[in-house]
Design a protein around this ligand. Sequence first.
Ligand SMILES: C[S@@+](CC[C@H](N)C(=O)[O-])C[C@H]1O[C@@H](n2cnc3c(N)ncnc32)[C@H](O)[C@@H]1O
Length: 267
Amino acid sequence: MSDRAAVRAEWSDGDYPSVGERLLPAAEALLERLGPLDGADLLDVATGTGNVALAAARAGARVVGVDLTTELLEVARQRARSEGLAVDFLEGDAEALEFEEDRFDVVVSTFGAIFAPRPAVAAGELARVLTPGGRLGLTTWPSDGLVAAMGAAIARHVPDAGEPRATPPPWSSEAGLRELFEPRGVALEVERRTDLVWRFADAAQALVFVEEKLAGFRSARAAIDAAGRMPALREDLRAQFSEWDAGGGDGLLLPYDYLLVTGTKTG
Ligand SMILES: C[S@@+](CC[C@H](N)C(=O)[O-])C[C@H]1O[C@@H](n2cnc3c(N)ncnc32)[C@H](O)[C@@H]1O
């Protein structure tokens, strides 16, 4: 089981709702790839503020969204109410889904189940609740993308941080994803996508985004400050922004690639 209090502390820190808004294109791309959803029973694991759950409900699916962060579930419920959408948003752990086997036609998780501490357990749960012939849809951060690079930079400056949390290895490569899901009867297709970008006026504005908005950063900040590492971290992040900048001198344009993963449960 995940450490519920730690998950909530991490994801209610910063300003995840505004960060999540920028991930909407990935949710839309995933649903487009999954095909028709009208009348389907769909589970969104680690739904956060409900990006993909709400988009699926608009497309006619009967949707359940689960997450461990109460504050984000409340935002998701509010969004559903304001659109008149009927979505069940429930507290639940990606590692211990409280649904019977084969319950859902479609199971999705956008940048969500990847944060469960035991990847094989979470993958097993996603596959277990998916009906044979059902569709799986995931998005995740590749090990050689900007999000992983930023996670690694932050981890380098947090004393005793251990492995960076941005994307645990099995979720961050096509080979790792296949190892997770194919033994569980889910055949996958994996595509690298480049349609998510952060736009900032300059590196200073990008640093404010990292320091004030990213979930978990403010709690890491205490340890970084205590070790006197904040200037070095800023320097590292600025170097990464320059490396990834695709703006050609017109502001800062940072593409943060992701993997779009779809699959079908055969067994
Ligand atoms: C990057 S957010 C993604 C949210 C949403 N899927 C989206 O695309 O905007 C990660 C989410 O995973 C949730 N989470 C982390 N560990 C979890 C776990 N073990 N079980 C359920 N949710 C978890 C967090 O609470 C957070 O809402």
